[in-house]
Design a protein around this ligand. Sequence first.
Ligand SMILES: Nc1ncnc2c1ncn2[C@@H]1O[C@H](COP(=O)(O)OP(=O)(O)OP(=O)(O)O)[C@@H](O)[C@H]1O
Ligand SMILES: [Mg+2]
Length: 246
Amino acid sequence: MGVVIAVASGKGGTGKTSVCAGLSTALADMGRTVLCIDCDIGLRNLDISLGLPDNGGLSFLDVCQGGYPLSQAARHPDYPKLAFLTAPMNCPAEKIPMESFQDMLRRARTEFDYILLDAPAGLGAGFRLAASAADRCLIVTGAGPAAVRDAARVGEVLELMGKTDIRLIVNRVDRDIMRAVRLTVDDVMDTAGLPLAGIVMEDMQVPLAAAFGRPLLRYARRCPAAACCRRIAKRIQGFHIPVALG
Ligand SMILES: Nc1ncnc2c1ncn2[C@@H]1O[C@H](COP(=O)(O)OP(=O)(O)OP(=O)(O)O)[C@@H](O)[C@H]1O
Ligand SMILES: [Mg+2]
């Protein structure tokens, strides 16, 4: 039975979409079947981080409404095991019936090992749609105080929603900056009050891959951020991989 993982943050721009794409492609590289769903309704861009052609493709609402089967979800040209559903552009998140979204995910669980939901920033309807359907939640934060405070708040909200498997990903980790401000990843975890799923290093290959329309793990497979995504993807599958800076 597949596992549904929501990737959320609170603060905008922490790297949810980049991390979601990195983890999805890493899992697919490791032989897992993956469905990646962009839940950032109206502001979709997971297709860019996945390096998919800009032709929209099927949206999750198309499948929820019963017009199309899951089997018609776009397949990634570089990753045959990775399917993708984009976010609808013209339907407010509040109008998407939770029941039909959950129904679609029930079907997806039977066809995919992992279903990753790229949630929008904040605590609005799109976040709630993704979070309420998730078996596990990953909160992506930067190391800065504003992002960490928001991550802590999202963690509390998820707990109130009854979520028990909530983990933190500290993205854009820069060793020099952390050293200069005397901050450790442990400090970030303590402030957020959440266990760590992993860290992703600050890495210029992340925006470069997006700019060239390529998935990071194909564009720069040996770069630090790609290595970090592979390590987290292994942890997601239950392997014990120690956290390493770089
Ligand atoms: N590890 C990283 N190193 C360097 N740049 C990064 C890293 N992760 C993300 N970025 C850059 O940060 C910016 C925001 O990333 P992204 O769009 O993934 O964030 P997001 O949390 O999904 O944003 P939003 O809240 O708008 O959905 C992008 O320009 C991306 O290339
Ligand atoms: Mg995003």
